[in-house]
Design a protein around this ligand. Sequence first.
Ligand code: UDP
Length: 243
Amino acid sequence: MTDDTKKPGKYGRVMLKISGEALMGDQGYGLHPPTVARIAHEVRSVHDMGVEICMVIGGGNIFRGLQGSAQGMDRATADYMGMLATVMNALGMQAALEAEGIHTRVISAIRMDEVAEPYIRRRAVRHLEKKRVCIFAAGTGNPYFTTDTAATLRANEMNCEAIFKGTKVDGVYDKDPKKFPDAKRYENVTYDEVLQKHLGVMDASAIALARDNDLPIIVFSLDEPGGFRGILAGEGTYTRVHG
Ligand code: UDP
């Protein structure tokens, strides 16, 4: 398939995936409130366009299962800790979005009714129709997965038209652009190339799930002010991963 780019400005419903590390600013750990507020502002500018927004935020700024298991903890327990970290990030983002005047729901894959709604697919769809930003927390609810896979799963379930993966660089490069000045950015790349060349867009399970459901992944820089809105309006640079 060639680039069947959904015409910019025509997105009805999207998934924004950001890593936990995107929330920590220069701190090296945890949440940096001005950074969370800046991202919330970016999300608001897209919400103002009338786009329905789903979000998944990682947990790597607080805890990663692999770190825990490398230190001798059993992997499943460490992964549950990672999933709980994503709930903290989701609540932080919810507060920042509400400060922007946006209605939100945090929807958790692990029940914790006092802090977040349980995940009920039809209910989440209804929230989106009412223009509430849905922040899907606790990953898939299962150990041995990542929040990239959770974002792909929920994007499919919510019928999102694309996953927007906000990163520190403006797309997918053939090598690390921070280390190699001659690194080349792909405009378009296929799921299979991403897997074969280990391009590191998302983990292999997430890419395979996107490929099997023909869900495009748009990799863009979240550090660029106005970048998210710009990409949805068809401006700026990004890489589109497709079939
Ligand atoms: N995690 C999990 N199952 C999921 C999603 C996440 O077990 O469905 C755990 C896993 O330990 C992971 C951690 O939660 O390391 C944080 O998620 P991730 O590493 O994807 O965060 P990011 O790198 O995006 O900040």
